[in-house]
Design a protein. Structure first.
Length: 438
């Protein structure tokens, strides 16, 4: 288990190296990087897979009495170590049998892929991430609580994508984010970069508000010394909504970014700037000027990894609202104890305020009126894993999610209440296989 999660998270980090903007809904911050993807010396790649079986028991508002499910899940990752053509691929999915998600048989799927090209002073990257989930994503690699994919290096997974931010009440969703980026070194310390992202969120059962987003960013980056980097970027995005609403929301932002390596194990990044919000219907979503912010602190040393992050910016609304201004705080920490034990804890709090003006309705369809409103979402998870043999491990996990909404969101398919999920399981995780380049 621990080996599989470490390698899967490493591959996810590779994908995120070129897909971080694809998952971001707020105005992104340009950062200067030496290459797109990893710069590792080996000419071969690493392939790894794991298979898990687990039981989940859920207490809370979504079920009468105790909800339960049996999860049969797996993950597979390939991480190339080419300097010139870095490539990464990650899959995490499974099948849930039980009554947790209304259906007796519920699949969930996540797939991400990234390809980079380093050519002289140019770095290019393209990435795509797709997810099919029975509910809003929360903790772990898959976003499904209790299936055992909280690793020693916790990751936000699909919860940071288009479907994250507000919890829905058992609304099956499909999301996709496609990103391309480019960076050109102008000198040994200075580079110019750009990126473009297209993303969608869809609800096949028409119990959520579909949206599409297009984003672009251009930035100038300069490394002051071995510890400090500064950047400046401008960004533009447009959000479009379906379900007969005929509404689009535009944002324009200017950000200043400062990054510093505080020590061998500690680094920080700070980004802030004005964000202008406008829409195709100012009577519904009036023009507004606010501040977009992204602050992060990361720690990694031997057996301990952790992170703390705060963001403020415009999000798509997660199928519940037609655009929100969201403040989000997340924290994670993981630790290994020798070869046999691993623990991980992660948590998130998000306050979302609807961009739709109080008293106005963005539109109607057969199921909902889309008013503006506020929500307060909290979720977290903890997992302990124990190695049983070279290929087998066992885990126990606890996850909690809570959300409160105001009365204006009562007609939307927004979750309100508290649920707690307990999970236990076993994982088969053979040794990694070294493969050639694709």
């Amino acid at each position: 288990m621990s080996r599989s999660l470490k390698i899967c998270v490493a591959s996810l980090a590779l994908v995120a190296a070129t897909a971080s903007v694809a998952f971001a809904q707020a105005a992104p911050a340009s950062t200067m990087s030496p290459s797109v993807g990893p710069g590792l010396p080996s000419v071969d790649g690493i392939f790894h897979y794991s298979l898990s079986a687990s039981e989940q028991f859920q207490f809370g508002d979504l079920n009468t009495g105790v909800g339960y499910s049996t999860a049969l899940s797996g993950s597979a990752s390939y991480n190339s170590r080419s300097v010139a053509h870095p490539f990464g691929m990650l899959y995490a999915g499974g099948l849930l049998l039980g009554n947790l998600y209304k259906n007796s048989l519920t699949p969930y799927q996540n797939f991400a892929i990234s390809q980079g090209l380093v050519k002289g002073a140019w770095n290019f990257g393209v990435s795509d991430s797709v997810s099919y989930l029975p509910e809003s994503p929360t903790t772990g690699l898959s976003g499904i609580p209790g299936v055992g994919d909280l690793g020693s290096q916790p990751t936000s997974g699909p919860s940071s994508g288009p479907a994250g931010g507000i919890l829905t009440a058992n609304a099956t969703n499909v999301s996709n984010a496609l990103t391309g980026d480019v960076e050109r070194r102008l000198s040994g310390r200075t580079s110019v970069s750009g990126s473009a992202t297209w993303s969608i969120l869809r609800f096949p059962n028409s119990n959520g508000l579909d949206n599409s987003q297009v984003m672009g960013e251009v930035g100038l980056n300069h490394r002051l010394d071995v510890r400090d980097t500064i950047s400046g970027n401008v960004s533009y995005s447009t959000l479009s909504y379906g379900s007969g609403i005929n509404l689009s929301i535009q944002t324009r932002g200017i950000n200043g970014v400062f990054q510093r390596v505080l020590s061998r194990s500690l680094s920080m990044s700070a980004s802030a700037g004005p964000l202008w919000i406008s829409s195709s219907n100012s009577a519904v979503v009036p023009s507004n000027l606010t501040v977009a912010t992204d602050l992060s602190l990361n720690y990694s040393r031997r057996e301990v990894t952790g992170g703390l992050n705060y963001t403020r910016g415009v999000q798509g609304g997660s199928g519940v609202q037609a655009g929100t201004l969201a403040d989000s705080v997340s924290a994670s920490i993981g630790r290994t104890y020798g070869r046999d034990w691993m623990t991980s804890v992660s948590a998130n709090y998000t306050h979302s305020s609807g961009l739709v003006q109080t008293g106005a309705a963005a539109g109607t369809n057969l199921n909902f009126l889309y008013f503006g409103g506020t929500s307060n979402m909290t979720y977290g998870g903890a997992q302990v894993s124990r190695r049983l043999s070279d290929s087998l491990s066992a885990f126990a996990s606890y996850n909690v999610q809570h959300q409160s909404i105001d009365s204006s969101l009562a007609l939307q398919n927004a979750f309100s209440g508290l649920t707690q999920t307990f999970g236990v399981g076993i994982t088969f995780s053979p040794r990694s296989t070294r493969l050639g380049q694709f």
